[in-house]
Design a protein around this ligand. Structure first.
Ligand SMILES: Nc1ncnc2c1ncn2[C@@H]1O[C@H](COP(=O)(O)OP(=O)(O)OP(=O)(O)O)[C@@H](O)[C@H]1O
Ligand code: SF4
Ligand SMILES: [Mg+2]
Length: 334
């Protein structure tokens, strides 16, 4: 089979895959006295049924805001200014509050950044997980709720005695697994996990990440996994979306992204992964991100791009599919 035929097959395969989530032109601003911070600048992406999409990018690039926006959980002064969020074909941005409550947690759930530190210190694990279940399933018997909680604890690899413990009696990794159990309690078809392994030591990070993947496989759900650790992402996700200053600059299958990164920012991110086999000077990306209240005309990466050209300062490069499933926003490939 020729490369062209191979690509045609790949394209057909991706066209045939079912999209659980489609985000179109999502735009989220934070109002401040000195003007709106454009935290998410009209992003487009989709998640296929059963896949894990990684979302990476430096601190402040808008990962948490974008994913909170999917479930309309952006807190004031943040507000969704524009866009569509189609979850199983239904636009979540058009639902009223009670319709949305039906979808949240049941169809898609968010394990927020720092979730393990937000567990209520005076509530036992059984109450924290149980609360979420009974809010959405008020008719469920106490015995059924108990059985469901114990089932969830097993699913995330925790012993049943955790049922009766308080958060302070658990290690960081165990607390994070309780948060995962809360996230999957209502069998959602989509889980969004915002940096579920940060603030854990390296070994526990791997264990928690593996727990998430096991849960995902057992339940057959789709997942968005936000993270800083490119190495961990390489092992865990199917495709990666790279964000910079509120924009998605590249999305590709994980292998393609690591073997042939196309956007200069992705190239710098990958070049900065430390390697013990080949000691090299750490790549530092010089320059500052622009003020998010006042984005420049043209490419948003122009101030830090080693390959910036004259027209990058005038014309915004659109996110285009340059190879099957490999999307890049950069003038270098025109
Ligand atoms: N309440 C707020 N008011 C003004 N700006 C805000 C507010 N919350 C977030 N922002 C800005 O929105 C941008 C996106 O923030 P966000 O927390 O989504 O980034 P992130 O990629 O999740 O970062 P991190 O990796 O540190 O979690 C940042 O520039 C941040 O300063
Ligand atoms: S469009 Fe220009 S400035 Fe932007 S990433 Fe590509 S080469 Fe760099
Ligand atoms: Mg964040």
């Amino acid at each position: 089979m020729t490369v062209t035929q191979n690509r045609a097959v790949e394209s057909e395969t991706s066209a045939a895959r079912e999209k659980v989530l489609e985000v179109k032109n999502l735009r989220i601003h934070y109002e401040t006295p000195r003007g709106d911070v454009i935290a998410v600048n009209g992003i487009n992406f989709h998640v296929y049924k059963g896949e894990t999409l990684g979302l990476v990018g430096e601190s402040g690039c808008g990962k948490s805001t974008a994913t909170a926006g999917i479930l309309r959980l952006v807190q004031p002064p943040g507000r969704i200014v524009d866009g569509e969020v189609l979850l199983n074909g239904v636009d979540l941005l058009k639902l009223n509050e009670s319709e949305l409550r039906q979808k949240r947690w049941r169809d898609a759930s968010l394990i927020p950044q720092g979730a393990m530190n937000s567990l209520n210190p005076v509530m036992k694990v059984k109450e924290q997980i149980g609360d979420g279940i009974t809010t959405h399933e008020p008719g469920m018997s106490r015995q059924a709720v108990k059985e469901r909680i114990l089932e969830l604890l097993t699913l995330v690899g925790l012993p049943s005695r955790v049922y009766d413990l308080y958060p302070h009696e658990l290690s960081g990794g165990m607390k994070q697994r309780v948060c995962i159990a809360m996230g999957i309690a209502l069998n959602p078809s989509m889980i969004i996990a915002d940096e579920p392994t940060s603030a854990l030591d390296v070994v526990v990070q791997r264990v928690v990440a593996q727990t998430l993947l096991d849960v995902k496989k057992k339940l057959g759900v789709s997942m968005i996994l936000i993270g800083h650790d490119m190495g961990l992402q390489a092992q865990l996700v199917d495709r990666i979306a790279v964000m910079y200053a509120g924009n998605i600059v590249e999305i590709a299958p994980v292998r393609s992204l690591f073997e042939e990164p196309m956007h200069p920012y992705t190239q710098l991110l990958i070049a900065s992964i430390p390697s013990i086999k080949e000691r090299k000077p750490l790549k530092i990306t010089e320059g500052l991100t622009h003020d998010l209240r006042n984005p420049p005309p043209g490419c948003i990466f122009q101030f830090r791009c080693p390959q910036v050209m004259e027209h990058c300062r005038k014309i915004t490069p659109p996110l285009r599919e340059l190879k099957p499933e490999h999307y890049v926003a950069c003038h270098l490939y025109e």
